[in-house]
Ligand binder design. Sequence first.
Ligand code: AHR
Length: 499
Amino acid sequence: MKAKMTVNKNFTIAKVDPRIYGSFVEHMGRSVYSGIYEPGHKTADSLGFRNDVKELVRELNTSFIRYPGGNFLSGYNWEDGIGPRAQRPRRLDLAWKTVENNEVGLHEFCGWAKEVNAEVNMAINLGTRGVDAARNIVEYCNHKSGSYYSDLRRKNGTEEPFAIKTWCLGNEMDGHWQIGAKTAEEYGRLAAECAKVMKWVDSSIELVACGSSARRMPTFASWEATILEHTYEHVEYLSLHSYYGNQKNDLKTYLAQSVDMDNFIKSVASICDYMKAKKRSKKTLHLSFDEWNVWYHSREKDENNEPWQYAPPILEDVYNFEDALLVGCLLITLLKNCDRVKIACMAQLVNVIAPIMTEPGGDVWRQTIFYPFAHAANNGFGTVLRHNIESPTYDCEEFEKVPFVESVAIHNEEKNEIIIFAVNRSTDDAVEFEINLQGFNPKSVTEFCELSGHDIKATNTKKSATVAPKNAKGATVQNDKLELPLAPLSWNMVKIALN
Ligand code: AHR
């Protein structure tokens, strides 16, 4: 099969915001406890954080981590996680029906994030709380000194402000499962007042308003329009959440789900632009796709969880090769929309629907989905180029005319190179992929690696990294043309040095 992509140096989409390679740590399951944090583990540091996990998080190179939830957030008192650890309360977490002992809180998490080179994206509880707690946490984190909360931070051991730049105004407030769920009117008013006051405390912060918790929500679109009536001029981003799964075991439809992500992004961007027009605003709102991933393997098992356990294994999806291919398609889709999507968080980071798994007291390992994310987060920087892909297509149950080849090209001006990510969705056919790099002067292929040749249901375990990338051969450049062989069912990353 043949496919062709043409890019031109002068036709660009936007520069990649590094926060597009964000992640998410929620206080739930084994994400924090026996995930990133396990005092007594042989690699634990003096505060109890696992060094072996830190190493893999650094390798993944996530730039930005949303914290502390998620559904957990809507019942969380941030003050429970500060001050002497021995005096912190044990609380019932009604979102996941577990027990939270608050051993890890704001200071510990921000310190850990610094060590893994990630910026913290703090979320505030708008389920059970409101303006008062919102202004106080900003003062605690970002005000230098000389006020009650800033001095309390200093007393608790952190002299300099945490200087947290990006804040989420609640989580999935439209969902009936949310503690303190709200109507769009209720949430819109509350979010706008919190935003106003938070920015009075620190005018340099940026805010994310809650969009619908999924596109399938009956209130989708009207929720966005209503809450933006209240918040448009107060916030910089609107959130999107979406999880995908292959419940029907239909590979063709499954791998086409990035088309759904693309449609979702375009719909939300349109609603934002409608509000911009309605308000005669000069501001263009950006998008924060702050929860996305594959989530379905663990759902059945989680229906029978015993309530009120501490750090039980929940949402522990074990990912296979086909999941890695879809994650590759989703990453390409986010990049292709990087003029609007400035923030995206793969949900989550460790153990809970995560690229990294740990065993309590034991090993840490990379799930299959670790690899496309790490490739993108370590290499996908620069300016995304507009493209014109000519690829054979297929029809499937949910989508029509799905291109077999999904791809994006990025021009890294600083490194003087082009990075191309590509997925071949075909189960049977290799693709001769021709890429015309108009206006560039390509010198040579410096790297070509792929994830291919695995059983679609193959998974990684602590003992075997069955699904892992390998170096590929056969990519050549001549004049301004790159010839790239794409194996059937493959994720590919290519780097081309420019003259
Ligand atoms: O990431 C798991 C959960 O999915 C989050 O807590 C919630 O925001 C979403 O429904």
